[in-house]
Ligand binder design. Structure first.
Ligand code: PLP
Length: 467
């Protein structure tokens, strides 16, 4: 073993020498410094290594704002600044102990080999029972595909149903992966604006956007990112009617389905400029039932339901999620899984079975804590001159309106990071219609939120009084 390592080191030293020689060689193709300097900014990345061009389907991809702002905030922290983090949508709670221990025991027991690409039978059975119970529909384990997080559940089904040129309708502002997955599939993006309180689509705009060319409608109805909005039941029914009329698929991203706050607490205090109330017709405050489009007549055969463990069970780093889809589509998604990520780690799947079948009190406790934070944050933001904030019924985000400050949301987000040391996201990270808003996540505890609000208040007062 030691000999092997030494041999490897020698080989690497040789490689390095050869590489350095090649880099010194005058025959090695290079971009002349002047040519590089004159390339337009967006194209420089592709041309810099003299590499052949990338495909059209990846050219428009952008990073997720949360990762970019986190990197900026970390750079500030490295220079000694104290930063409050409200940018990332990651639960501040630890993975519940029973779940973590199940995963660790599985590793100790040797569950570290390849697993079935669509998920172990135990996990697919557990998911099928869970979805059947929570959504009130029959689900077969063959209709379940497990993946590393909910994201593959967005991406792979989109690849499986969208042909180049097909139109895909999705919320704007909305989760950035929606636009990215349409680009990657070669589809045509049809972003649709939300109503002022962010709870749902502007339904007239949605009706105008869906037509015979629409292949897929994406909804994020059970607590939306970035607004936290929960779609009223009648709007979900209208989406279903459109999907049936134009024979298209619906992808229902229900990742925040267990973070819906009770109806009584969601209606009052709304401050949407059009007076619309941000009231949830779906509430899982007292049980785990979730109203889902999949349960509506004629919808099971055209719905891709996406959910997962990241938010409900604080398992963002374990990478575990699932879809429920008609068998023929599930089979295609399984094949895409085989040829892309392969499978989810077997021990992670054991932890997933424990999450779904074990005690659920941590989910309830967490949701109660988030609700207190939401109520505090919404009231505190509304007390800041120039800021208005609707009270969302789900997820762990608020999306206050800051248009009165007269600058772009990007400029204000940058200013608040620099001046107040508060990391948050500009609404435009979620689409052009997010302009005039900021996204704050309230995964941090109340002390963190209080600190953030004080800093924001002071900095915005300074900003407003600038000459
Ligand atoms: N869908 C929405 C709306 C999200 O906000 C997120 C994560 O932030 C995801 C999907 C992805 O979840 P996962 O981390 O399980 O891939």
């Amino acid at each position: 073993m030691a000999r092997g390592a030494a041999h490897h080191r020698i080989k690497c030293v040789n490689c390095r020498a050869a590489f350095d020689a090649a880099m010194r060689s005058t025959t090695a193709p290079r971009i002349a410094p002047r040519a590089r300097a004159t390339l337009p900014r967006g194209r420089r990345v592709m041309a810099s290594a003299d590499a052949p061009s990338t495909s059209a389907r990846v050219r428009e991809l952008r990073n997720e704002g949360a990762y970019a702002v986190l990197a900026k905030a970390k750079a500030l922290e490295a220079r000694g600044r104290d930063v409050v983090h409200l940018e990332i949508g990651q639960p501040g709670f630890a993975t519940p102990e029973n779940i973590a221990r199940a995963g660790m025991r599985a590793i100790e027991g040797g569950a570290t080999k390849y697993a079935a690409p669509d998920g172990t039978m135990e996990l697919r059975d557990a998911v099928a029972s869970y979805v059947a119970r929570t959504r009130g529909v029959d689900v077969d384990a063959d209709e379940v595909v497990v993946g590393p997080g909910a994201k593959p559940g967005l991406f792979l089904p989109t690849l499986a149903v969208v042909d180049p040129g097909d139109e895909v309708v999705f919320p704007d502002p909305g989760f950035p992966t929606y636009a990215a997955m349409v680009d990657a599939a070669g589809g045509v993006k049809k972003p649709v604006a939300l109503r002022a309180d962010g709870a749902s689509f502007d339904m007239d705009a949605l009706e105008r956007a869906v037509n015979a060319k629409t292949k897929l409608i994406v909804i994020n109805p059970t607590g939306g990112n970035p607004t936290g909005g929960v779609m009223p039941r009648e709007d979900v029914e209208r989406v279903a009617a459109l999907a049936r009329k134009f024979n298209c698929w619906v992808l229902s991203d229900e990742i925040y389905s267990r973070l819906i706050y009770s109806e009584s607490s969601s209606g009052s205090g709304d401050v949407s400029s059009d007076g619309a109330s941000n009231s949830a017709t779906t509430s899982n405050a007292d049980d785990d039932s979730v109203f889902s489009i999949i349960s509506l007549p004629g919808m099971k055969s055209r719905t891709i339901l996406v959910d997962g463990f990241s938010k409900t069970y604080c398992m963002t780093g374990w990478r575990l999620g699932w879809i429920v889809a008609p068998k023929t589509l599930a089979e295609r998604v399984k094949l895409l899984t085989v040829h892309s990520v392969g499978c989810v780690a077997a021990f992670t799947q054991v932890a997933g079975v424990e999450a779904l079948t074990g005690p659920q009190d941590s989910v309830v406790a967490m949701r109660d804590a988030y609700k207190i934070r939401r109520d505090y944050l919404v009231d505190a933001l509304n007390a800041i001159p120039g800021v208005t904030c609707a009270k969302p019924a789900g997820a762990f985000y608020v999306f206050p309106n800051i248009a009165s400050f007269g600058v772009s949301s990007q400029e204000l987000a940058d200013y608040l990071l620099e001046d107040a040391g508060v990391a948050l996201l500009p609404g435009t990270d979620f689409g052009a219609n997010g302009e005039g808003h900021l996204r704050l996540s309230y995964v941090g505890d109340l002390d963190t939120l209080r600190d953030a609000v004080e800093r924001i208040k002071t900095s915005l007062a300074k900003f407003a009084s600038r000459p």
